[in-house]
Design a protein around this ligand. Structure first.
Ligand SMILES: NC(=O)c1ccc[n+]([C@@H]2O[C@H](COP(=O)([O-])OP(=O)(O)OC[C@H]3O[C@@H](n4cnc5c(N)ncnc54)[C@H](O)[C@@H]3O)[C@@H](O)[C@H]2O)c1
Length: 387
């Protein structure tokens, strides 16, 4: 199959991700059928797509007739077989439950055309395991969009054990057609590229909270002063401390036990102080905003420490062969995290000694070996690897 053969896309799930994926696909001229388990969920997804397109029209970013054309390409169904029977591409965005995803793909694989490409938007689970139930695993792939889909540019195209190059290439082409920036992830490893690079900083934030010496607002104030739109502890609250801990638990099982969430965060979750959604987490939340006292900034831990951790993990990701190039790793972080630049670009101006000292200090102070500097950080070769 080549890109011109793809005319119809089935999107399974019309929630936060599914409706966003459907929207960007109809805007690019694809015919899309969205499937959910209740009519009200589908109606809600369609309403959100309309709202988003109307917003774009109001801003002058989309012509009114382009909006009408896009909406005319959208249909819905409550039946999986109906959704996939004539779709060349199926994108699954159902809840993050392995058994559910497997049972959905089993049904899809039996009902879709023999040459269809099947993609999962899982954010954490093994692509190979989800794809183990389909008839043609060489045409099974991870297609990891970021939230909100209509604004975030990145799509990680993830290889499972059996994904063919032709499938990954075609998904990259389609990602470009729907105006996304694809980055191929060559191995099916926890966190793929982008979330993996954030993982050790998540563990560090948890350890900082447990240590209790650096008030979260002081580190966040420093990050905001440096231009961060959303600072790290604020982001944890925004995402939800339950989700934050769930992710750490997952990395504890798959990467290293040192990722286990600490007492501060576990207590918060037990008390249902989950962040924005419950009105209180690390911060109090009012009118959708965290109340953060930014009058004092941290001088002990600074953004350099967080950056050092990110660069160190990026080196590991490169060495593990997850990416085709360091440019792909930089693009992943830049467009998947809305960062100013990627870790290798930022590392170019930094001294090896400064990074190694920061990492050694963090590893010993917080008893986290996962933060120890890689040999390439110590000898400075991180500036030339992959080039
Ligand atoms: N929310 C995020 O920030 C984010 C980011 C990247 C990836 N993801 C991944 O995307 C997937 C979906 O996440 P979400 O945030 O959109 O979840 P969501 O809960 O908002 O939406 C999931 C939708 O799937 C529907 N559904 C349940 N069973 C179904 C079935 N058998 N067939 C069709 N639809 C079914 C649900 O009714 C719901 O509307 C998950 O795998 C998640 O890990 C989420």
């Amino acid at each position: 199959m080549n890109i011109n053969d793809v005319k119809k896309i089935a999107v399974l799930g019309s929630g936060a991700m599914g409706h966003g994926i459907a929207q960007v696909c109809i805007q690019a001229g694809y015919s899309v059928i969205m499937r959910d388990i209740k009519q009200e969920f589908l109606d809600n997804g369609v309403a959100k797509i309309k709202e988003s397109l109307e917003f774009l029209v109001g801003k002058g970013k989309l012509a009114a007739d382009a909006k009408d054309k896009a909406l005319s390409l959208l249909s819905t169904t409550l039946d999986t077989k109906e959704a996939v029977k004539d779709a060349q591409l199926v994108v699954e965005a159902v809840p993050e439950i392995m058994d559910l995803k497997k049972s959905v793909f089993k049904e899809v694989s039996d009902a879709c055309p023999a040459d269809s490409i099947l993609a999962t938007n899982t954010s954490t689970m093994s692509i190979s395991e989800i794809g183990s139930v389909v008839k043609n695993p060489e045409r099974f792939v991870g297609l990891h969009f970021f939230n909100p889909v209509n604004r975030m540019k990145l799509v990680e195209v993830i290889y499972g054990d059996k994904t063919s190059d032709a499938t990954a290439d075609l998904m990259s082409e389609i990602s470009k057609k729907i105006e996304k920036i694809p980055v191929k992830v060559l191995k099916d490893r926890p966190g793929f590229i982008v979330n993996r690079i954030s993982a050790p900083n998540q563990a560090l934030l948890s350890a900082i909270l447990d240590e209790g010496k650096v008030p979260p607002q002081e580190l966040d104030a420093m990050m905001k002063k440096m231009g961060a739109k959303m600072a790290p502890f604020e982001t944890a609250d925004f995402v939800g401390l339950d989700v934050f801990c769930h992710t750490l638990d997952y990395y504890a099982k798959t990467l290293s036990p040192q990722y286990k969430p600490g007492k501060y965060l576990s207590d918060k979750v037990a008390k249902k102080e989950l962040g924005m959604k419950s009105g209180k987490g690390i911060y109090e939340w009012k009118d959708g905003k965290a109340v953060i006292d930014t009058s004092k900034t941290s001088e002990d831990l600074t953004p350099i420490h967080l950056l050092a951790v990110q660069i160190n993990e990026a080196v590991k990701v490169w060495k593990e062969g997850l990416a085709n190039s360091i440019q792909d790793i930089d693009d992943g972080v830049k467009y998947g995290m809305n960062a100013f630049a990627g870790p290798f670009a930022l590392a170019a101006g930094m001294q090896p000694q400064q990074l190694a000292d920061a990492l050694n200090m963090l590893a010993s102070r917080f008893k986290l070996d996962i933060l120890k500097p890689e040999p390439e950080i110590i000898d400075g070769s991180f500036k030339t690897i992959g080039r």
